[in-house]
Design a protein around this ligand. Structure first.
Ligand SMILES: [Zn+2]
Length: 299
């Protein structure tokens, strides 16, 4: 039995790829101050800060949504057998992890997936789009429509902003993005577009220029799949903290603040891509800022 939470008629489960200590907080967040940990003790929980190494706990996972007959994956982690040379990518290099077995434990075979949504096209969000078969990168989910932001795709494939900011992402596009485009499986969306009545795509520029948030609304309940607007809970209590992988350090905190305002007002569950356990939660208003309240999963 896999733990789930519900957003109205939509069930959400987390399919883990890996959960390990990641970066040192001062590396990931150039403006990090240790005083934050003293002011907000929840941030020093072993779920978020590894006591042995002092590094931030970092999850790689897909969110699995079931809506009627549709089976949706939001973001696809790092993928197996992918050569990732840059030092910042070393945790993602030549992995051999049982991600598809964990998907099977949730009752889902690759052929069952009807949509794969990539919030943005970074190395740790597109990996399981493809897998290696007989030396070729082939779509892992052959019956799915893959949904990419049109602007995000253009920024990585036409000398766009993202490729200029992070040229090391080029091979990622070659092995994890273009094979599904070439297979004719991709539909491009813009901010404001909708999918299946309950999903809408929201512009979330800053981390990448074309990044999208995925908003789910059903029966008066709301969830937001936040991509990398939030890497860690400390960005809820300190929304000005940008990661070193954010392309635009002026727009990223504006997008983050807007998301947190929306989440607090709508009582939305936030589903980020990298939080340690329990991996999702709420932004509650506290003074002029926000507090983080972890979600409770049910099985
Ligand atoms: Zn990421």
């Amino acid at each position: 039995m896999v733990d789930t939470v519900r957003i109205g008629d939509v069930s959400v489960a987390r399919i883990e790829e890996m959960l390990t200590p990641g970066f040192d907080p001062a590396f990931l967040f150039p403006d990090f101050s240790p005083a934050l940990l003293e002011r907000f003790p929840i941030l020093s929980s072993p779920n978020f800060l590894d006591p042995a190494s002092g590094r931030l706990m970092s999850s790689m996972h897909s969110w699995l949504l079931k809506i009627g007959k549709d089976v949706i994956l939001i973001d696809t982690g790092c993928g197996n057998h992918k050569h990732r040379a840059p030092a910042a990518f070393k945790r993602f290099h030549m992995l051999d992890l049982p991600f598809l077995d964990r998907l099977a434990e949730a009752g889902v075979a690759p052929e069952d997936v009807t949509y794969v949504i990539n919030t943005h096209l970074h190395v740790d969000h597109v990996g399981w789009n493809t897998m290696l078969v007989d030396g070729q990168w082939v779509p892992t989910f052959p019956r799915a429509r893959y949904i990419f932001g049109a602007k995000e795709f253009a920024n990585w494939t036409t000398d766009g902003r993202s490729l200029r900011a992070q040229p090391e992402g080029g091979p990622v596009i070659v092995d994890s993005v273009m094979p599904v485009v070439d297979a004719g499986l991709v539909d491009f969306v813009e901010a404001g577009d909708r999918l299946l009545d309950v999903i809408s795509f929201v512009a979330a520029p800053g981390h990448t220029d074309g990044q999208l948030n995925i908003r789910v609304e059903s029966k008066g309940e709301t969830g937001v799949f936040t991509a990398d607007v939030l890497h860690q809970p400390m960005q809820i209590v300190c929304p000005t903290l940008n990661s070193r992988f954010c392309e635009d350090n002026e727009r990223a905190p504006l997008t983050r603040r807007k998301l947190l305002d929306f989440a607090a007002e709508s009582d939305a569950i936030l589903f980020p891509q990298h939080f340690g356990a329990p991996h999702a939660g709420y932004a509650r208003r506290e003074g002029s800022g926000f507090a983080f309240e972890p979600v409770v999963w049910k099985n």
